[in-house]
Design a binder for this molecule. Structure first.
Ligand SMILES: NC(=O)c1ccc[n+]([C@@H]2O[C@H](COP(=O)([O-])OP(=O)(O)OC[C@H]3O[C@@H](n4cnc5c(N)ncnc54)[C@H](OP(=O)(O)O)[C@@H]3O)[C@@H](O)[C@H]2O)c1
Length: 296
C-alpha cells in the first residue's frame, strides 16, 4: 500500500546523520514532510541535510544540533524546536548507542542509559504539549528485540553494583525504553497522541562499528544484515500509516505487532521507572504529562 503524503506534517528525528535515522529522514522527506534532523555534530548534520536535499529534492529539511548525552543540550534542542515549529506531528527517538565499556555521560549517567532511555524520556516530555496541540500526533521509539530477554534492575539501572556487560546493559536500556513508551502511552491515552516502540530488524549500520572484538564480529555479521533503508519502511509505517493511527502502547517487530517482554507491559514497573527517570532527568515530567492530558 502506498504511504500517505505528509505535506504539512513535521517530523523530528534524532540520530539522523547515519543509519536508520538518515534512511527514515529520506523516506519522510520523499513523502513531503518537513524533517528536522537532530545531529550531535553540526557539520555532519549539514552534510546529511545537503545529501538528503539532493536525493529527495525537498527544501523542507533542517538541522538542529544536540548531544543527547547531555540534559542541558536536550533542553536547548527542545527550546529551539519549540521556537521555530508551531507543529510536531512525528517525534522519532531513533538515536542509540552500544558501549562496550561502561562510561558516563556529561551528567554522570551510564552512557547507554543516558542516550537510549533518559534522552527519549526528556525529549518526549519536553515536547509533549506541542505534540498534543498537533494531534493526531505520534511518538515512535526505536527499541530492539534485545529487550525480549533482558532484565531490568530499577535499583541499579546504571550497573553500579553489578558487573557491567555490554549486551545486558544495552538490553536493559531497550527494555526500559519499551516500558517507558507503554507508560507514556497510558498517560496520554485519549489525547490524540500515540506512543509505540519498534524493533526495526538487524541492520548493517554504524551501531556496532567499534574497535576490538565487537567491531570485528559486527563487520562479519553485517554481511548478513538488512539495510537501514529497508528498515526505515517500518519506522515510516508506524509514524504515518493510517492502519496504525489508533494504535497506542504497542511493540512492533518490523511491521508485526507482538508482545514484548512481560516487564514492558507491567504498569507498576512503568510507574516506578517513570519516577527513577524523573530523578535522573531532573525534570518534573510526571507533572507535565498529568497537566497536559488531564490525568489526575
Ligand atoms: N543496527 C541494528 O541492528 C539495530 C537493531 C535494533 C535496534 N536498533 C536501534 O535503531 C536505532 C538506530 O540505530 P542504527 O543502527 O541506525 O545505528 P547508528 O548508525 O549507529 O546510528 C545511531 C545514531 O544515533 C546518534 N547518536 C548516538 N549517540 C548520540 C548522542 N550522544 N547525541 C546525539 N546523537 C547520538 C548517532 O550519531 P553520531 O553519528 O554522531 O554517532 C547516529 O546518528 C538505535 O536506537 C538502535 O539501538 C538498531
Amino acid at each position: 500500500m502506498q504511504p500517505p503524503l505528509l505535506t504539512n506534517k513535521t517530523a523530528l528525528i534524532t540520530g539522523a546523520t547515519t543509519g536508520l535515522g538518515y534512511a527514515t529522514a529520506e523516506a519522510l522527506a520523499r513523502l513531503g514532510a518537513t524533517v528536522v534532523l537532530v545531529s550531535r555534530d553540526p557539520h555532519r548534520g549539514e552534510e546529511a541535510r545537503r545529501a538528503l536535499a539532493e536525493s529527495t529534492g525537498s527544501p523542507r529539511l533542517e538541522v538542529l544540533q544536540a548531544d543527547l548525552a547531555s540534559l542541558d543540550s536536550i533542553r536547548r534542542l527542545s527550546a529551539r524546536f519549540l521556537d521555530r515549529h508551531p507543529h510536531l506531528d512525528m517525534l522519532i527517538n531513533n538515536a542509540g548507542t552500544l558501549e562496550p565499556r561502561r562510561r558516563l555521560s556529561t551528567d554522570g549517567i551510564e552512557m547507554m542509559l543516558a542516550v537510549n532511555l533518559v534522552a527519549p524520556f526528556v525529549l518526549s516530555t519536553l515536547l509533549l504539549d506541542r505534540l498534543r496541540l498537533s494531534a493526531p500526533a505520534r511518538i515512535v521509539n526505536l527499541s530492539s528485540q534485545s529487550q525480549a530477554h533482558a532484565s531490568l534492575d530499577l535499583d541499579d539501572l546504571q550497573f553500579e553494583r553489578r558487573q557491567y556487560s555490554m549486551w545486558p546493559a544495552y538490553g536493559q536500556s531497550k527494555l526500559g525504553l519499551t516500558l517507558f513508551t507503554n507508560e507514556l502511552a497510558r498517560r496520554v491515552d485519549g489525547s490524540g497522541l500515540t506512543a509505540n516502540s519498534l524493533h526495526p530488524g538487524v541492520m548493517a549500520s554504524n551501531l556496532g562499528r567499534r574497535s576490538g572484538v565487537v567491531g570485528m564480529v559486527w563487520a562479519v555479521a553485517s554481511r548478513f544484515m538488512s539495510s537501514p533503508r529497508a528498515a526505515a519502511r517500518y519506522v515510516t509505517y508506524l509514524a504515518s500509516s493510517p492502519r496504525v493511527a489508533e494504535t497506542n502502547g504497542a511493540y512492533f517487530d518490523q511491521a508485526r505487532r507482538i508482545r514484548p517482554n512481560p516487564i514492558a507491559e507491567d504498569p507498576v514497573a512503568g510507574a516506578e521507572l517513570w519516577e527513577v527517570l524523573e530523578k535522573l532527568a531532573r525534570v518534573p515530567a510526571a507533572a507535565l504529562v498529568r497537566t497536559s492530558v488531564g490525568v489526575s
